[in-house]
Design a protein around this ligand. Structure first.
Ligand SMILES: [Zn+2]
Length: 171
């Protein structure tokens, strides 16, 4: 039943503990580079986290980039029925400049327009969830072992595109 209620985005975005919990799970790599999510990943490859508070009755699991969008732009910037899309096609990306709102149909149209490209995020053989988990785990492992995080990200991305060698020829 709880899932049927609209998400109180404005309340969640205004909750300092929620904002802090969200930011702690975002791997920031500077402007123009995908900021991968380090928390839970859904079957569709999207970041997930618990937001709100039980005391206030707002506690629930939400999609990370949608929460990030309303924290950044305000809940009124997300009209009813709209989704937050990724212009970079990395489903776990939390970089605000890689987000755009649109209707669900735009999202589906984008997917079919791009998914056939060799070496592209949408053609990853692991699927969006396998890709997002591999990137997340590569970052966490590199951080824990003191390895080069960027090299780990590059290797994790390359592993999902066995035919990635043809990418240069196509772009
Ligand atoms: Zn991105």
């Amino acid at each position: 039943m709880a899932e049927q209620q609209p998400v109180p985005w404005a309340l969640l975005a205004a909750d300092a503990a929620t904002v802090e919990r969200y930011r702690a799970k975002v791997y920031d790599r500077g402007p123009d580079r995908c900021a991968f999510f380090l928390g839970a990943i859904s079957s569709s490859g999207h970041g997930k986290l618990r937001a709100g508070s039980r005391k206030a009755g707002t506690s629930r699991v939400v999609t990370a980039h949608v929460l990030g969008y309303v924290i950044t732009n305000g809940a009124t910037a997300l009209p009813e029925g709209h989704v937050v899309r990724h212009t970079c096609d990395e489903s776990s990306c939390q970089l605000p400049t890689h987000w755009a709102t649109g209707e669900r149909l735009d999202n589906i149209r984008d997917y079919y327009a791009r998914s056939h490209r060799a070496g592209h995020a949408l053609s990853d053989v692991r699927g969006p969830d396998g890709r997002a988990v591999a990137i997340r785990d590569a970052i966490l492992t590199a951080q824990a072992t003191g390895a080069d995080v960027e090299a780990a990200i590059a290797a994790a991305i390359a592993a999902g595109n066995p035919s990635g060698a043809v990418q240069d020829a196509l772009f």
